[in-house]
Design a protein around this ligand. Structure first.
Ligand SMILES: NC(=O)c1ccc[n+]([C@@H]2O[C@H](COP(=O)([O-])OP(=O)(O)OC[C@H]3O[C@@H](n4cnc5c(N)ncnc54)[C@H](OP(=O)(O)O)[C@@H]3O)[C@@H](O)[C@H]2O)c1
Length: 335
């Protein structure tokens, strides 16, 4: 697929931004006309792409004058300030931050699950949290059994916290004091929780719960999350329990997961075949395995994905591709 739309990446030098560049290239959506935006620290930096190079520009209020669609991955503060400016200029924003996810006027979209929500966008479209994306992609397969309760425990890599998370872990492994931290605790050889904000639940746990209900359009669904940061660089794993009103059986469940084009079922533990984060590295699918029925109405499963691709960049580009296929663009205003 190619496009005549002018694309910008906000946060192009970050972990998600550089992964977005890779995914756009792989899908034939990248050209020398793509605008790469970041902070003033990166302005002027040149990035080579085979036969051409692109200079990174500082993000300013004028950055969106000629842009049709901007993929934002520079954090919530930047999104809150610049996304409305971009939309005012006729640019669609696909935002990776949490700034707009729970705004009732903003679609929160995993295209394999709820692409219809894109039909009603008002300029800003939110990309869910990385842990949420792989969870809803897996459990949406079970919607036909009427999901009543979901309990998820996550095992999340440090790259989920951006370059700062990677730097924190790598410094500690080298025996150095990290210049940047994502936890007051040591991360190397340890397990820690995400940050808390006057609540017994971490911010990540609250995001997983609320976003899952919104994406599945099940506001009364019972979702309980325990989110854990583990000392690996990339890939998130999740242990998931799902209770359903209707009975399930393993053979049909295997067919259900195998029939989903966005899921890879790896489930033969006797031969050591189950999803690991190494399976998911560099892949755009969600990996599912260890299917175990505790009762006909209670399923346990293991869900793994590449947080930078499936959990962020690839999902954002999937959204862009649906917008292109359905021509869901807004009229460009003059600058
Ligand atoms: N990492 C994940 O797995 C993941 C998953 C889902 C969603 N997200 C979300 O995606 C966003 C980016 O995450 P990341 O992991 O890519 O973080 P990151 O590696 O720390 O990258 C941050 C990016 O933001 C840019 N930036 C910072 N301040 C800026 C400013 N004042 N103006 C313009 N650009 C600025 C940085 O540019 P400089 O290089 O110039 O500083 C860099 O390009 C966050 O909102 C995060 O919550 C991340």
């Amino acid at each position: 697929m190619s496009t005549s739309k002018q694309i910008a990446i906000v946060g192009a030098t970050g972990l998600v931004g550089t992964t977005m560049i890779s995914v756009l290239q792989e899908r034939g959506l990248f050209s020398k006309d793509v605008r790469l935006l970041a902070s003033k620290n990166s302005a002027g930096k040149k990035i080579n792409f085979g036969s051409f190079e692109i200079e990174v520009e500082e993000l300013t209020e004028d950055s969106f004058n000629t842009i049709d669609v901007a993929l934002f991955s520079a954090g919530g503060t930047i999104s809150k300030k610049y996304a409305p400016i971009a939309v005012e200029k006729g640019c669609i924003v696909i935002d990776n931050s949490s700034a707009f996810r729970m705004d009732s006027t903003v679609p929160l979209v995993v295209p394999s699950v709820n692409s219809d929500a894109l039909e009603n966008h008002n300029g800003i479209i939110a990309n869910p949290n990385c842990s949420t994306i792989q969870l809803v992609e897996a459990i949406s397969v079970l919607k036909k059994y009427t999901i009543e309760r979901v309990i998820v425990s996550t095992y999340q890599s440090v790259s989920g916290a951006g370059q700062k998370g990677v730097d924190h872990l790598q410094s500690e492994i080298k025996g150095e004091t990290p210049q940047q931290r994502i936890s007051p605790h040591q991360i190397a050889y340890n397990t820690v929780f995400h940050s808390f904000d006057n609540s017994p639940y971490s911010e990540e746990e609250i995001k997983v719960k609320n976003e899952t209900k919104k994406i599945l359009s099940m506001p009364d669904l019972s979702v309980f999350a325990t989110c854990v940061r583990v000392p690996i660089l990339g890939g998130h794993a999740e242990s998931v329990y799902v209770k359903t009103a209707m009975e399930m059986n393993l053979q049909t469940l295997r067919e259900d997961f195998s029939n989903s084009s966005s899921i890879v079922l790896v489930d033969n533990p006797q031969d050591h075949l189950y999803p690991t984060v190494q399976h998911s590295n560099g892949r755009d699918e969600t990996f599912v395995g260890r299917l175990r029925l505790e009762t006909p109405n209670e399923l346990h499963l293991w869900v793994v994905a590449d947080n930078l691709r499936k959990g962020a960049a690839s999902n954002a580009v999937d959204i862009l591709q649906v917008l292109l296929e359905k021509n869901l663009f807004i009229l460009k205003k003059t600058a």
